[in-house]
Each structure stands twice: as structure tokens, then as C-alpha cells.
Design a protein around this ligand. Structure first.
Ligand code: CA
Length: 141
């Protein structure tokens, strides 16, 4: 194990690998659906984003953010996911929005690579899975 360097094209390759991306997103969804009712509630989604530091920086959170601002921000993220305004996020909504977010992150990374530690056992992180894909390519070539 060690560190793998990922950039925008790593993330884009991952999103474009439809089978792998769908499987990864579905696994994240299952892990986030704490009460296993098949949809993500507001607290379930918030918990997810609190554990994803990179997504937080993508949405512009900095250390000075107050709890009230955070709640507002997580509410606005939830509204984005909940396209049909049903008050819950279903699998299709989750897949569609995660794809958008990952592509936005890819654009943000561009050709400025970041390092990711492979021993980090954050299995819910899609960026970690993108990094794993990159690492598997490196080891097989
Ligand atoms: Ca749920």
C-alpha cells in the first residue's frame, strides 16, 4: 500500500467506467441507508457529507463555517439530490447527483493532482475508489 496520485482524468475514468461507478455508488448508497428503507433521509445524507472532506471543500466549506451555515449548506445539498422534492433521496437521484459531483470534482482537480493514501480504509469514499482504479492500472501495466 502507499499513496496514489489522482487528477481530473483519474476521476473521469472512474465515472466513465459505468459498471464500476454504478457498483461503487450503489455500495455507498447501501452504506448510507442506515435504516435500510431504500431511501436516504436528510440526516442520512448529511452524515455522508460530513465524512467526505473533499466534497465539503468542493462546496466551499471552510473551518470558520458556523453550525447554522453548515445546516443551511447541507439543506441545500439535500435539495439538489432530492430532484422530485419527495423529502427523501432514492437510488436514481443519488446516482445522478453523485455523477455530477464527481465530474465537478474532476473539473476542479483538472491537471493538478492530489495525493491519496491507499491505506485509508474509508470505503465510502468514491474518490478512494477512483484512486484504487488508478492503482490497479499502474500495477497491471
Ligand atoms: Ca434511509
Amino acid at each position: 500500500m502507499g499513496v496514489v496520485v489522482i487528477d481530473g482524468s483519474t476521476v473521469r475514468d472512474f465515472v466513465n467506467d459505468e459498471t464500476l461507478f454504478k457498483k461503487s455508488v450503489d455500495e455507498s448508497f447501501a452504506a448510507l441507508d442506515l435504516n435500510k428503507d431504500g431511501v436516504l433521509s436528510r440526516p442520512e445524507l448529511r452524515k455522508a457529507f460530513e465524512t467526505m472532506r473533499l466534497i465539503e471543500s468542493h462546496f466551499g466549506i471552510d473551518v470558520a463555517t458556523t453550525p447554522e451555515q453548515l445546516t443551511k449548506l447541507y439543506d441545500s445539498i439535500f435539495e439538489k439530490f432530492d430532484c422530485d422534492g419527495s423529502g427523501t433521496v432514492d437510488m436514481d437521484e443519488f446516482r445522478a447527483e453523485m455523477k455530477k459531483i464527481m465530474l465537478a470534482i474532476a473539473d476542479g482537480l483538472g491537471s493538478s493532482p492530489i495525493q491519496m493514501a491507499l491505506e485509508d480504509d474509508d470505503n465510502q469514499s468514491l474518490l478512494k475508489k477512483a484512486a484504487d482504479l488508478e492503482a490497479s492500472k499502474l500495477s497491471s501495466s
